[in-house]
Ligand binder design. Structure first.
Ligand code: F6P
Length: 275
């Protein structure tokens, strides 16, 4: 048997653990394992590299992906998919493991419908994949957001300020909701509930008046994000003493860094199961 593995779309902490597990579980069966560089782009272009047990040593604790990742919209069309099938056939590859999120697994589905065996490993910090409780990378991202919220809370309370923290997730509020609850946020705005802007502002101000500071969590997919809410808050000028809102957009820091125990284990178990 010869199998290939690629990582695609937004990277997620734990991808390296999955690559390592696929390579080692494959090697144990005396299969050849081939890495595809930069996701579906590399699959279409034929950027492959053989991987053995040693090649994946020392990567478990690293964030990102040793195979690199990319978004490849060209793969959604028939031309790109045909090019990928040709590359796989030329190298006598029997099966493909795709580690990625929504867009990537749409690619997996397309290849599978064309008759090529694919196993998809759900990997995205957004946790927005159907049929999956928790995808690879979510636990690490949640912990990064939590740590940030704790840090923001300490400076917010020292200075008596209101902070709005924007959390990633694309159209999904999972990260914002869960980190917001565990971080004790005063308000949480997520696209799924589409909370009213005025209600959020009043709640934020009430919390500030009660405690002398406040921290709100806003999902990037909620209307205008945290910047939109901060602007609305400033414009509303609820009264002359209205506190200024400070904004923190966490951004890609949520996708980087050392994977937690949970993500290393999940990547390892999913990789072994895929083989
Ligand atoms: O899907 C993961 C994610 O980090 C989303 O949370 C975010 O909206 C998006 O990717 C950012 O994409 P990019 O890294 O391409 O800017």
């Amino acid at each position: 048997m010869r199998i290939a593995i690629l990582t695609s779309g937004g990277d997620a902490p734990g991808m390296n653990a999955a690559i390592r597990a696929v390579v080692r579980a494959g090697s144990q069966r005396n299969w050849d394992v081939v890495g595809v560089l930069e996701g579906f782009r590399g699959l279409m272009a034929g950027d492959f590299q053989p991987l053995d047990s040693r090649a994946v040593g020392g990567i478990m604790q690293l964030g990102g992906t040793m195979l690199r990742s990319a978004r490849a919209p060209e793969f959604s069309g028939a031309v790109g998919q045909e090019a990928a099938l040709q590359q796989l056939a030329q190298r006598n590859i029997d099966g493909l493991v795709v580690v990625g999120g929504n867009g990537s697994q749409r690619g997996s589905l397309a290849l599978s419908r064309l008759g090529f065996p694919v196993v998809g490993l759900a990997s995205t910090i957004d946790n927005d994949l159907w049929g999956v409780d928790v995808s690879l990378g979510v636990d690490t991202a949640l912990n990064v957001v939590l740590e940030s919220l704790d840090r923001i809370r300490s400076t917010a309370s020292s200075h008596g300020r209101i902070f709005l923290v924007e959390v990633m997730g694309r159209d999904c509020g999972y990260l914002a909701l869960n980190a917001g609850i565990a971080g004790g946020a005063e308000i949480i705005a997520i696209p799924e509930t589409d909370s009213d802007e005025l209600d959020l502002m009043v709640e934020l101000r009430d919390a500030f008046d009660r405690k002398g500071y406040a921290v709100g969590v806003v999902a990037e997919g909620w209307r205008g994000g945290a910047a939109g809410l901060a602007r609305a808050f400033a414009e509303a000028q609820l009264d002359d003493n209205a506190p200024r809102v400070r904004l923190t957009i966490l951004g890609h820091v949520q996708r980087g860094g050392t994977p937690t125990y949970a993500d290393r284990m999940l990547g390892t178990r999913l990789g072994a199961a895929a083989v």
